[in-house]
Design a protein around this ligand. Sequence first.
Ligand SMILES: [Zn+2]
Ligand SMILES: [Zn+2]
Length: 173
Amino acid sequence: MNKKIPFFLIIVILAIGACALGLVACDEPHEHSLTRTPAKEATCTGAGNIEYWYCEDCGKYFSDEAATIEVTQAETVIAATGHIYENHVCIKCGQADPNGTEGLEYELLDNDTYRVIGIGDATDTDIYIPSVYNGKAVTSIGDQAFYNCSGLTSITIPNSVTSIGEYARTQPQ
Ligand SMILES: [Zn+2]
Ligand SMILES: [Zn+2]
């Protein structure tokens, strides 16, 4: 009996065979050629990483030199920690808090900078004026901005402020 195998079937069989071979080749153990990356601590704004080893042959990441614990690339990354502000200064890197006391009243000036004109809804007793508001420099404090705000204990003014109006203080001098 003469059996005819359709040509397309041969192609399919060949394709499956190649696939299987490919899979076998993939799983075949090989000598990893590992590159070590030392651990790097994450900072307030920059990501760090754990110590890891990378094999450029198979593209895998490992958390141990013996390459027994595989990790993903994402797992090697330590996310940036973000600033921790205390009294409007980051306790970790010393950067000034870009966000001032919430609720302050501002006025946009002709020179595209801001002036603080009043305490607004702010209830803090220590007022912190930011150097930047809405992406623009805060350069002045208006006349009588904090006049009669007797509950205030302090007002911190950034270097960006070059002009302080009359009676901006809580008590006239
Ligand atoms: Zn490898
Ligand atoms: Zn910081």
